[in-house]
Design a protein around this ligand. Structure first.
Ligand code: GLN
Length: 393
């Protein structure tokens, strides 16, 4: 066999499902409710700040861990909202998206042979991140309709080999917002077993009425055993800027910074200033953001229920999981293929968020981070599904 071939570490991974569904959406001219990105504008003030930074020749490498002003803004914002003191010099690392922040954190803090607990369904990167670090992911199920976990199952997942647990709330793909009780249980187990929490809180600002975001680091005793990842992408509708961060206990920051430096050197320079502008938007911006997303969530739920889906109402983030068994396809992937090719709506098959697709419920994920017109167009197209599925059911 030739040696000009991919290394074993990548050959077990599938291609990312998000990029593939967006490619299919373009190919079939479908309404793209698959990959999670908005089709509406980012706030003018932050675009102006990015353009001004480019014009002011901020076009060379940024300080590897982020400019002082941006790190200070990230730390101050977290402290103001959640009451957790953060030292920007010792605890904040600006990365190329929270995807990189998560990977740099796992690489920096997990050894081969360790176990990492991951809730399933999971955002697709967590499994490969753990595996690339030589660790074994251990999955704990979130179960529809409310995507609760079984406390006994979670408790039973912790062992002497457990090094970390990955938490993601508000959750992608389910929209579950972990309750204070959930987070406290996780925190108690982390303390009992001396385990690190790596908490992906990228959707922290997209939380609907009746729910509240509880950062893992805000639970007493957790600040020195939690890495919180976040970023600009979802809150400010700039997924293409690739600006995220890790907030870590000082003892772990050096490792994360080394990983980050070797992976990417630094995040794109002009967006550090834009990040400062973003984090100084008034509270009214965030109130409006959550309100707008809640009305999109309600619109999406209404569309899905009218077209025969059993959709599980999310408490946060910008996705809805919907059961598709009744449409009579052999798998959710087949249904998603049919939907993008024949109906003209792109989604993500829910089974791709599970380690064993055959053991997953048959669902698809709809992203509602779209203009109302886009959602209305999806509504019109899905009307054809009701007719065809009527024949099948
Ligand atoms: N976070 C987005 C999603 O879940 C995009 C992910 C990606 O493209 N890797 O759809």
């Amino acid at each position: 066999m030739t040696r000009i071939r991919s290394a074993k570490r990548v050959s077990s991974f599938a291609d990312s499902v998000f990029g593939e569904m967006t490619r299919l959406a373009r190919l079939h001219n479908a309404v793209n409710l698959s990959q999670g990105f908005p089709d509406f504008e980012a706030p003018q003030a932050i675009k102006d700040a990015a353009c001004a930074a480019i014009q002011a020749e901020q076009n060379q490498y940024a300080p590897p861990y982020g400019t002082a002003a941006f790190r200070e803004a990230i730390a101050a914002d977290f402290t103001r909202r959640y009451g957790v003191p953060i030292d920007p010099d010792e605890q904040v690392t600006v990365c190329c998206g929270s995807t990189e922040a998560m990977m740099a954190s796992i690489f920096a803090c997990i050894d081969p042979g360790d176990e990492v607990i991951v809730f399933e369904p999971f955002y697709e990167n967590y499994g490969p991140d753990a595996i690339l670090a030589g660790a074994t992911p251990k999955y704990v199920r979130l179960r529809e309709p409310e995507w609760r976990f079984d406390p006994d199952e979670l408790t039973g997942a912790f062992t002497n080999r457990t090094r970390a647990i990955v938490v993601n709330s508000p959750n992608n793909p389910t929209g579950k917002v972990f309750t204070r009780e959930d987070v406290q249980l996780i925190a108690g187990l982390c303390q009992k077993w001396d385990v690190l929490a790596i908490s992906d809180e990228i959707y922290e600002r997209i939380v609907f009425s009746g729910h509240a975001h509880v950062p893992v680091a805000s639970i007493p005793g957790m600040a020195d055993r939690t890495i919180t990842t976040g970023g600009l992408s979802k809150t400010y509708s700039v997924t293409g800027w690739r600006i995220g961060w890790a907030i870590s206990p000082p003892a772990l920051t050096g490792g994360i910074r080394k990983m980050h430096d070797y992976l990417t050197v630094a995040a794109p320079t002009p967006f550090h200033d834009a990040g400062v502008a973003a984090l100084s938007l008034p509270d009214a911006f965030y109130v409006q953001l959550a309100k707008d997303y809640q009305s999109k969530r309600d619109l999406m739920m209404d569309i899905l229920s009218r077209h025969g889906f059993t959709a599980y109402k999310p408490g946060g983030a910008y996705y809805v999981m919907a059961d598709v068994k009744r449409f009579g396809f052999s798998s959710d992937s087949e249904f998603a293929q049919y939907l993008v090719k024949e109906i003209g709506v792109a989604t993500v098959p829910g089974s791709s968020f599970y380690i064993d697709p055959a053991a997953a419920p048959q669902t698809v994920r709809f992203c509602f981070s779209k203009r109302d017109e886009t959602l209305h167009e999806a509504d019109r197209r899905l009307a054809r599904l009701s007719v065809t599925s009527g024949d099948r059911a």
